[in-house]
Design a protein around this ligand. Structure first.
Ligand SMILES: Cc1cc2nc3c(=O)[nH]c(=O)nc-3n(C[C@H](O)[C@H](O)[C@H](O)COP(=O)(O)OP(=O)(O)OC[C@H]3O[C@@H](n4cnc5c(N)ncnc54)[C@H](O)[C@@H]3O)c2cc1C
Length: 320
């Protein structure tokens, strides 16, 4: 492939990605497309079902293969206090159900699903309730949403971390600020899930080129690994499917003497299953994040944007 072809292909990919990310936030599309049967069929590859029962059953199946999970209910920007309390209750029931079956299941939440648009105090109370419920069983993870919420999410994490050791936060390598954020969090012994970042962000705050994001990802992983190597508190979850991020970071973590109580690789359900198996065979600790619920449309659009080749699955479902 010559340079011009490469440039055109990259430009087209970026256009497809941006269009899919735009569709993920468009309310008309969000209310019409999910009703289509072929879209529902395609989404099954990434979401085993909509109910708590579905996600617990799938977690049980994976647990039998020595793969623990994280579960997350899809949804964001809940607009009533009562709505957020229902979500807290649902998560508590899911945790109880995991315990009854003695499964290793952690929970990951989105701050705007638990009230961030309505104020910090409400969100703090909701997430704190869940962290208390999860105590002794695992980490309560906080997802990172778009950059409009980065400051509030970091503040929420700091406040929670002062009261709970079992909270973790996601940091995004595409944001230019993340190196500074990580540096300042090291003092509190953070549990960090490091991802590349899934939202459409402007170039003044986020690296537009994949190479820069990848370079930053490896550098951030190194910062946390050296911190843990020096005996600092914390945990590194490599939330990526990219072998170019996973392999060197896992090698480096092992060289630093870090075991499963200090690091793991986290995948999204349904993505790179062979790679998951390969890591399990190498005794690399992994965990799969499974999403469930009926509010899957914006989430699914973000997954398509990450790998537009997945549109092929949608097309195949249309033909079937
Ligand atoms: C456990 C976990 C939690 C996450 N939490 C957050 C969060 O809180 N906030 C946030 O902004 N983002 C989150 N993400 C998403 C993340 O930011 C990336 O958008 C996503 O992981 C894709 O980037 P990548 O690191 O896999 O690398 P890429 O460079 O995008 O992909 C590397 C390779 O992985 C495979 N791959 C990647 N994505 C897909 C896909 N959708 N379908 C099929 N194959 C694929 C392909 O083989 C691709 O070549 C999370 C990701 C994971 C794994």
């Amino acid at each position: 492939m010559d340079v011009t072809q490469h440039f055109v292909q990259n430009r087209d990919m970026n256009l497809i990605r941006r269009t899919l990310l735009w569709a993920s936030t468009n309310t008309w599309i969000a209310s019409h497309l999910p009703r289509r049967k072929f879209v529902q069929r395609a989404v099954r590859r990434f979401i085993p079902g909509e109910s708590v029962g579905d996600v617990i059953t799938e977690s049980e199946r994976l647990y039998k293969q020595n793969i623990p999970t994280i579960i997350t209910m899809l949804g964001e920007n809940v607009e009533t206090r009562e709505g957020t309390w229902q979500i807290v209750d649902e998560y508590r029931r899911a945790m109880d159900s995991a315990r009854e079956r003695a499964l290793d299941i952690e929970v990951s939440i989105k701050p705007t699903h638990l009230g961030l648009d309505m104020g910090d105090a409400l969100t703090f109370k909701n997430v704190s309730t869940l962290a208390t419920h999860a105590a002794g069983y695992g980490t309560l993870w906080i997802d990172m949403e778009s950059s409009a919420y980065t400051d509030a999410t970091l503040e929420l994490f700091r406040a929670l971390r002062a009261e709970h050791v079992n909270v973790g936060i996601c940091l995004q390598a595409y944001l230019k600020r993340t190196a500074d954020d990580l540096e300042s969090l090291l003092q509190i012994g953070p549990r960090i899930r490091l991802v590349k970042g899934a939202y459409a962000e402007p170039e003044n705050i986020a690296y537009p080129q994949k190479d820069d994001v990848d370079r930053n990802y490896l550098s951030l992983a190194e910062t946390l690994i050296s911190h843990l190597e020096r005996g600092g508190n914390g945990f590194l979850a490599l939330g990526t499917h990219d072998s170019a991020m996973i392999n060197p970071s896992v090698d480096r973590a092992r060289e630093a003497g870090l075991g499963r109580d200090h690091f793991e690789v986290e995948f999204l359900y349904g993505i790179r299953r062979k790679e998951q198996k390969r890591l399990v065979e190498r005794e690399v600790p992994i965990r799969i994040l499974i999403s469930y619920g009926d509010a899957w449309f914006p989430w699914y659009m973000r997954r398509l944007a990450e790998r537009p080749a997945n549109i092929w699955f949608v097309m195949r479902s249309l033909v079937r």
